[in-house]
Design a protein around this ligand. Structure first.
Ligand SMILES: Cc1ncc(COP(=O)(O)O)c(C=O)c1O
Length: 472
């Protein structure tokens, strides 16, 4: 609805606050995914001010706004310094997905005729998205069922004539473990294939954890054979959203990520990213966060993050019915349940206690689990977190597993979902007790259990329907 007349900023902000009342809190550490809190309000304040200062600078044209070129060089330079190759060329992007999209594009355009990317099953779906958008095919690679690290032998078997890129994660999001980057990169190099390390979540985390005493294997641009690496500053860089850096082995590869067009009678188009016009706000926010924390700040956050992770892993190991999957090098922890303790119910129970633990569905033989991203602020509340997990697990044991309505997965799998309109889909969901579009998402266990019972391609179709119905 177009408002009939204008209103003062204060009124608008009051309305925003009211709307946000139903949101998960972005500060305080009770939301253990999506958000990254340093626990230092002054750092976030500096980022907000710098973000606002740069908000209206348009990154479309670097000749018009030299301030943003200077900021981007500084931010990219800092990431290159931390990730094994000072001075490496890079691009500031809007996030992990865009960095990955551009890495895949650079690889595709470096090998005309190539059509495949080799991707471990634990790698982020951004690679599937990139392949989908760029007209490539994903060749999936299994991971070790115990360590959850990509199997080098399987990577070797998957590389073929048409491979343009091999992927390794440092770490993978689902279990927080680092793939054998040295082996995979050496293999790719021996076959003349490019190798991207997805360090979106770990790039600005693992070096600090290592400095704080963690055992972190080599994973960065200093490893022979690694040709590009992505590192999100809006994750463990603690910058506001919209900030990632993609680094390349050399400027020639970076040029393959760029896009220019002179095929119209308008202004010249030369883009480093997927977006054309875009705000320099996120760049300003990232720049200010890096400067506001500095080396010392990040190292201290690394220390507290490492300690909190160790305490979490140990504490979860002592809760009956729960176990940690693998041995994460990073501060991302996956907690699996048991026949008596359903993790989807644990998640709902934790939500009732005011905490968000992110459900992850089973896939490729890996069981369903709960994801916790430990950040700088976690240590302050680690005892409370462990208490909540233990209480939620106990409640889940009492309640028993989420019950999937009899025959529902088969019914859904047999439906022509494309033929249903959003209203009918919403009714269908309501008929099995799932209210779409409501704000009370406290009871998601059945939804997750139903999704978990479906094959991946049906899950995808259902998820698209969910989203469409939510915005109806
Ligand atoms: C390993 C990894 N890669 C890529 C991404 C995608 O990042 P974004 O959500 O910023 O697009 C994520 C996000 O969690 C991630 O963990």
């Amino acid at each position: 609805m177009i408002p009939p007349y204008g209103r003062p900023a204060q009124e608008l902000l009051a309305e925003l606050s009211a709307l946000k009342a139903a949101d998960l809190p972005v500060r305080g550490g009770k939301v253990t995914a999506y958000v990254y809190d340093t626990g230092r309000p002054e750092v976030h304040e500096a980022a907000h001010l710098a973000y606002a200062e740069m908000l209206e600078v348009n990154m479309l044209d670097p000749t018009a706004f030299p301030s943003m070129v200077a900021l981007e060089k500084e931010v990219v330079g800092a990431v290159a310094e931390l990730l094994g190759r000072p001075g490496a060329p890079g691009i500031f992007t809007s996030g992990g997905t865009e960095s990955i999209m551009l890495a895949v594009k650079a690889a595709r355009d470096s090998r005309p005729g190539g059509s495949q990317i080799v991707v471990p099953v634990t790698a982020h779906p951004a690679f599937h998205k990139a392949a989908h958008y760029l007209g490539l095919e994903v060749v999936p690679v299994p991971v070790d069922p115990v360590t959850f690290r990509a199997s080098t032998a399987a990577v070797e078997a998957a590389i073929g004539e048409r491979t343009v890129l091999v992927v390794a994660s440092a770490p993978s999001y689902p279990q927080g473990v680092v793939d054998p980057v040295e082996e995979i990169a050496a293999l790719a190099s021996s076959k003349g294939v490019l190798c991207h390390v997805d360090a979106c979540v770990g790039g600005w985390l693992l070096p600090w954890l290592r400095e704080a005493g963690a055992d972190v294997p080599p994973f960065d641009l200093g490893v022979p054979g690694v040709t590009s690496i992505s590192c999100d500053l809006h994750k463990f860089g603690y910058a506001p959203k919209g900030a990632s850096v993609l680094l390349f082995r050399d400027a020639a590869l970076r040029r393959k990520a760029y896009f220019a067009s002179a095929a119209w009678p308008g202004y010249t188009i030369i883009n480093a990213t997927v977006q054309s016009s875009r705000s320099a706000g996120p760049l300003g926010g990232a720049w200010a966060t890096l400067r506001s924390l500095g080396r010392e700040g990040y190292l201290e956050l690394g220390r507290t993050t490492l300690e909190a992770t160790r305490r979490l892993v140990k504490g979860v190991g002592e809760i009956p019915g729960l176990r940690v999957l693998g041995e994460p090098e990073a501060s991302l922890v996956a907690i699996a349940g048991s026949p008596e303790v359903d993790v989807f119910v644990v998640s709902d129970e934790a939500r009732r206690l005011g905490w968000f633990l992110q459900p992850q569905l089973s896939y490729a033989g890996i069981p369903a689990n709960l994801h916790i991203t430990v950040t700088g602020v976690t240590l302050a509340g680690i005892d409370a977190l462990l208490k909540v997990i233990a209480e939620a697990a106990e409640a889940a044991r009492r309640k028993g597993p989420a019950v999937v309505p009899d025959g529902l997965p088969e019914l859904i799998a047999g439906l022509d979902l494309d033929a249903l309109d959003d209203a009918t889909f919403t009714e269908l969901a309501a008929s099995v007790g799932i209210e779409l579009g409501g704000t009370d998402l406290g009871g998601m266990a059945v939804v997750n259990a139903v999704l978990d019972a479906l094959p991946a391609d049906t899950r995808e179709t259902v998820l698209v329907r969910f989203l469409s119905a939510m915005y109806a």
